[in-house]
Every structure is written in C-alpha cells, then in structure tokens.
Write a protein that binds this ligand. Sequence first.
Ligand code: HQG
Length: 189
Amino acid sequence: MNRREKEHDNTDEKMGKFISLILRHHPESVGIQLDAHGWANVDELLHGINVSGRRIDMEMLERIVQNNNKKRYSFNEDKTRIRANQGHSIKVDVQMQEMIPPQELYHGTSERFLDSIKEKGILKMSRQYVHLSSDIETATMVGKRHGKPVILVIDTKQMCEDGYTFWLSDNGVWQSEDILWKYVKEIKK
Ligand code: HQG
C-alpha cells in the first residue's frame, strides 16, 4: 500500500466508525432517521455527513461498505438504502435469522467486569442483544476493547435446551438475550 492509499484507508476507517455511530446509535447526529428495519436513505446519509463538516461521496461510501473488515453495513439492492447489520442500541428490527448455535460460543469481555457479570449475568447493557463470537480469537479482540481481555465460554447447548433463542446477524455475529452466570462453563484468561 503506498502512502496515498494508506491515507485513504485511514480516512475510510474513521468515516466507517462515524457511520457505525450514525447507523447504530445516533442517526439524529446528522439529522436523519432510520426506518423500522434500521435502513437509512443513502442520499440523506451522504448529505447529512457532508453538512456535518466531513467529506463523503457515494464512491467513498461504497468503498467503506465493501472493504469493512467485519462487513458491518449492507446496501439494499439498488443502493438507495443502507443499514448496519448488527450492534444497534436504538430499537430497530434488522430481521436477523433465528438459528441453532454451535454447542458453545464465546463472550469476550474485560477482567474488570467479571465480578459484576458473576453477580448479574452477561447483560445487553446499551445494545439490543448480548454479542457472542464463534471463535476465541474474535472474542479476545472484542474483550480487548474494554481492557484486559477475558473469554467466557458459554454453554449454548444447555441454553437451547432451556428454551433460549439465538440469532445470527448477516455479518456472522451471534446474539442472545441476557445470559445467566450458570451458563458460563469456563473462564479463559
Ligand atoms: C459488559 C463490537 C458489567 C460486556 C464487537 C461488554 C461486538 C457487563 C460491555 C459488539 C455486564 C458492553 C459488541 C455486567 C455485560 N456487568 N459489565 N453484568 N454484562 N457486561 O460494546 O459485547 O466492532 O456494548 O461484557 O465486535 O463488547 O462495533 O458490547 O464488555 O460484536 O462492530 O459490558 O461490538 O462490534 O460493551 O461488543 P459493548 P461488546 P463492532
């Protein structure tokens, strides 16, 4: 990657984070609204971002959607609408698929949250769902965002037997309701 491409990449990454913030948490920050399924109008989004003082065009947005390392966003078929695939705090229904998970999944968190999680369980906190990873490596990355990472191994098999529902987002992130501590079968530090 040459210097110009790197700079590009940097700006795309920053803009991607801003777009996540808009599409998951604060559409009003650029004066737009999402529909019931989390879709934003692409023209309105581009306009709103440009009015906020940042510079974006359709080409940049397409590049961000295409290159995003976690496939965080999707366009509709004619690219007139865009939404985040998961991670919302605002109440939208992105129509995730209900699915039977593998026998165990992983929740990456920080060591400093452990006592509280032991007492109250793994809670959704500000998001719509608890987020679970299908591999330890990804869970470690998630945990690192909050401090010293800890991986909680979740007994999803038992949860399914007990009637819990799981969903898989379009970009492969497992989601559940709050998880009681008794379903944590191992702590990996
Ligand atoms: C913790 C990223 C105290 C929970 C990732 C987590 C993910 C508790 C934090 C997605 C608790 C919430 C979501 C309790 C849970 N007491 N702390 N009882 N229960 N917590 O960011 O799962 O890169 O809302 O363990 O990859 O870290 O943005 O959730 O540490 O998929 O696309 O409270 O965000 O995706 O933090 O991350 P978050 P998360 P993106």
